[in-house]
Design a protein around this ligand. Structure first.
Ligand SMILES: *[C@@H]1O[C@H](CO)[C@@H](O)[C@H](O)[C@H]1NC(C)=O
Ligand SMILES: *[C@@H]1O[C@H](CO)[C@@H](O)[C@H](O)[C@H]1NC(C)=O
Ligand SMILES: *[C@@H]1O[C@H](CO)[C@@H](O)[C@H](O)[C@H]1NC(C)=O
Ligand SMILES: *[C@@H]1O[C@H](CO)[C@@H](O)[C@H](O)[C@H]1NC(C)=O
Ligand SMILES: *[C@@H]1O[C@H](CO)[C@@H](O)[C@H](O)[C@H]1NC(C)=O
Ligand SMILES: *[C@@H]1O[C@H](CO)[C@@H](O)[C@H](O)[C@H]1NC(C)=O
Ligand SMILES: *[C@@H]1O[C@H](CO)[C@@H](O)[C@H](O)[C@H]1NC(C)=O
Ligand SMILES: *[C@@H]1O[C@H](CO)[C@@H](O)[C@H](O)[C@H]1NC(C)=O
Ligand SMILES: *[C@@H]1O[C@H](CO)[C@@H](O)[C@H](O)[C@H]1NC(C)=O
Ligand SMILES: *[C@@H]1O[C@H](CO)[C@@H](O)[C@H](O)[C@H]1NC(C)=O
Ligand SMILES: *[C@@H]1O[C@H](CO)[C@@H](O)[C@H](O)[C@H]1NC(C)=O
Ligand SMILES: *[C@@H]1O[C@H](CO)[C@@H](O)[C@H](O)[C@H]1NC(C)=O
Length: 623
């Protein structure tokens, strides 16, 4: 590699300078988490589930923006596991992001792994979950990210903050359920209950006593940090006699929305203010599925929890129950989500790309693959296999990030298409069955560092259209537009919101419709992975794309002062005979300008002996 190019690569480091400085201001925490099997009883039956430190849901993390957390995860279970920090961008730290076979190989039974989680730009609510098959059904928890010390919320400080985690309970072993589905190619078993904070609630006779109860003091305002940690289903959520004021989602702030209910897709978070402004009593909060796919089985039960006012009064024998939209009320779902707007204030500005360098228009389909002797459990003995642009993702033998980093050939191809391979009326009522069979492969889309990207997801009606939650690892994005039917690239962009679109990490692509997102590709090592969470995720994850710059720098391991990097004519140079460690991050003070820069050394730039001059382009290293 010629020096000039290296200079350019190192220039990219300027980007992280500010963020690192902010990082240094925060606290550093160390935790030890044991993944253990622990007995839990729900729905009148007992089973062992995988937990974090024996807790279900797992312990919440409480941090401030700018903090850094190290968690040593020891796997005392019998399955491979990884933990994913859902919505944390992990800027330049992708090895700790967690997606199995994407950024790391799983932590095997008996082994341990230390994750480093950097909260740099996020503020609000995110969550973590296991990212290996279905272990996330029980291994998950909330992440509270408070404003930096001295900063405040863009709303009056709530009296108290409460996590509301929507999840599922399966009587069977979740790993067995997913294994059966993966082997057979059919749908996984439905859950036996939806849960709020791990409890099915009052509509199940055996669960009434354990139901989650939240006490409220009249006149106070509470912040509910609502997370959909469910396996498959979008959820409607509402509280009897109280309205919600939604102020944030996915680790960012929103313009306040006053609403009687919310719709939240798996993976999303919603921060809602709840004012205790009603008569002293007990009231139900409840959640049930929004299930958009026609004729597809879903869990039609309702989970509940109670809010109870403090004070002396006789509680009602049957508290008021909220009204929730019908399970198939797509209008109610989209009416709510279309209200989401970024706060777009001075302290929380919007930085949506006004134009784009790259647009990827991709279909999302539930496809089927034929099986020998029609022996699978999907339609007509076939196997479900979902796709993006008609390519179903095949798990690689080694993780993609490692293959990229070590330049191992043959693991993936870089020809993920920018457009659907063929056009048809994607949302037509009847589609010929020959459109159903996808190609299978491991394809990525590589984009240049700092380019602006627009992705338009187009739902199709193959094997029944439905809402598809799409999540991006390592990035948040601006959700600039959506509509029903087929995306029209001439007319639809005219309706985009480029003023205050919500900045989120998971978008529900409406049933038989499309959603457009924009972001800047400024997290070079982070694989850009779109993960659909509905039916498809079990059967085959959607196709994966990767955004990477043409540079691949090691993740920041630690910051050290390089005191013998001194100013010389034209810039500092390395003195002495030093071996620079790969992956180390060095702090360089330019004594002329007093500017501090952080530099790191890539594979090619490994230095030994004397060498290294800072020229106008950055540091060039002789080796
Ligand atoms: C990325 O592009 C933006 C807009 O062109 C520019 O302001 C910024 O400096 C670029 N960042 C880097 C690290 O090159
Ligand atoms: C994790 O397991 C180790 C070994 O059994 C034990 O010493 C430690 O106390 C456990 N930590 C927690 C947080 O449970
Ligand atoms: C567990 O992970 C190891 C290495 O990452 C892999 O070889 C093995 O096949 C995995 N086991 C299962 C059951 O997935
Ligand atoms: C973590 O694994 C290493 C070996 O990889 C081992 O030396 C260490 O004792 C383990 N720590 C814990 C807490 O299990
Ligand atoms: C899945 O559901 C089927 C049919 O209800 C049942 O026979 C089977 O035991 C379930 N599997 C698991 C692992 O719970
Ligand atoms: C719970 O199970 C026990 C025995 O397994 C049974 O006697 C009891 O009626 C069940 N209770 C409920 C609420 O289903
Ligand atoms: C709650 O709302 C219902 C109707 O939605 C109303 O009948 C009832 O009086 C309200 N309860 C209280 C305590 O305000
Ligand atoms: C849920 O579905 C079952 C059949 O699977 C049906 O018996 C039951 O009545 C339904 N419950 C509701 C509340 O719709
Ligand atoms: C929802 O399903 C019910 C039957 O359960 C049906 O009558 C109704 O038309 C459906 N609504 C929509 C909007 O599809
Ligand atoms: C959705 O919004 C439209 C337009 O405001 C309204 O007519 C319709 O009643 C709403 N539907 C639901 C279910 O809220
Ligand atoms: C596509 O199919 C939908 C649903 O049948 C129909 O409403 C629409 O008119 C069709 N669009 C075109 C361009 O044919
Ligand atoms: C997009 O809309 C324009 C203007 O209505 C129309 O001329 C064009 O045919 C549409 N394109 C597609 C692919 O439907």
């Amino acid at each position: 590699m010629e020096p000039r190019k290296k200079g350019l690569i190192l220039q990219l480091l300027g980007l992280v300078l500010l963020e690192l400085l902010c990082l240094c201001l925060g606290e550093t925490y160390h935790f030890k988490w044991n993944i253990t099997k622990t007995s839990y009883t729900r729905l009148n039956s007992t089973k062992k589930i995988l937990t974090v430190n024996g807790q279900f849901p797992g312990p919440a993390l409480h941090v401030r923006k700018g903090d850094r957390v190290f968690i040593n995860v020891a796997n005392y279970g019998t399955y491979n596991i990884t933990l994913h920090w859902h919505g944390v961008k992990q800027l330049r730290n992708p090895w700790s992001d967690g997606p199995e076979y994407i950024t790391q190989c799983p932590v095997q039974a008996g082994a341990n792994f230390t994750y480093e989680i950097n909260f740099i730009t996020e503020e609000g609510t995110l969550w973590y979950h296991a990212h290996s098959d279905w272990s996330r059904a029980t291994v998950h928890g909330a992440i509270f990210i408070y404003p930096k010390l001295g900063a405040s919320y863009p709303f009056p400080k709530p009296y108290s903050e409460v996590p509301i985690i929507l999840g599922n309970w399966y009587k069977g072993d979740v790993m067995e359920i997913i294994e059966t589905a993966l082997e057979g190619g059919g749908e996984p078993n439905k859950s036996d209950a939806h849960t709020i904070n791990g409890q099915p609630g009052a509509l199940y006779s055996s669960s009434k006593a354990g139901m989650f109860k939240m006490e409220m003091q009249k006149g106070k305002t509470y912040l509910l940090r609502i997370i959909n940690a469910g396996m498959n289903e979008e959820m409607f959520f509402s509280i009897a006699n109280h309205s919600l004021k939604v102020v944030g989602s996915d680790g960012g702030y929103l313009k306040p929305i006053k609403t009687a209910y919310i719709m939240i897709t798996p993976g999303q978070t919603m921060d809602c203010l709840l004012k205790a402004d009603q008569t002293l009593s007990h009231y139900y909060m409840a959640a049930k599925a929004y299930s958009s796919a026609d004729g597809v089985a879903y869990n039609n039960s309702t989970t509940t929890a109670i809010i109870k006012y403090k004070g002396s009064y006789t509680p009602p024998s049957s508290p008021f129950f909220p009204t929730l939209p019908d399970y198939n009320d797509t209008d109610a779902a989209t009416n709510y989500t279309s209200l989401l707007r970024s706060l777009a204030s001075k302290d929380h500005p919007v930085d949506v790309p006004k134009s784009f360098d790259i647009r990827v228009y991709t279909t999302i389909s539930v496809n089927i693959l034929p099986c020998a002797n029609n022996s699978c459990d999907g339609p007509g003995g076939s196997r479900f296999s979902t796709s993006l642009n008609n390519i179903s993702f095949r798990n690689p033998s080694i993780d993609i990030l490692q293959a990229y980093y070590k330049r191992i050939k043959g693991v993936y191809k870089t020809n993920f298409p920018d457009d659907p391979p063929y056009y048809f009326n994607f949302t037509a009522d009847e589609l010929p069955s020959n459109l159903s069979t996808p190609k299978v492969g491991t394809k990525v889309k590589v984009v240049d560092f700092n380019s602006t990207v627009e992705v338009v997801f187009q739902g199709t009606n193959l094997n029944s259209g439905e809402n598809h939650p799409m999540h991006l690892h390592g990035f948040s994005f601006y959700w600039v537009g959506w509509g029903f039917g087929n995306f029209n690239k001439t007319t639809d962009p005219k309706g985009y919101n480029l003023v205050d679109p919500p900045e989120i990490n998971t978008v529900g692509v409406p049933k038989n419709g499309w959603a457009a997102i924009r972001f800047r590709a400024n997290n070079p090592e982070a694989p850009l992975e779109f993960v659909g969470t509905v039916r498809e995720q079990v059967m085959a994850r959607g196709q994966l794309s990767t955004v990477q710059g043409d540079s691949m720098l090691p993740a920041i391991k630690e910051v050290v002062e390089l005191d013998d990097l001194q100013l010389a004519e034209g810039g500092p140079h390395l003195e002495g005979n030093r071996q620079l460690d790969l992956g180390r991050f060095f702090r360089v003070l330019n004594k002329e300008t007093n500017a501090i820069r952080f530099v790191s050394f890539s594979d090619e730039a490994r230095v030994s002996g004397s060498g290294g001059d800072l020229d106008g382009d950055g540091i060039t290293v002789i080796h």
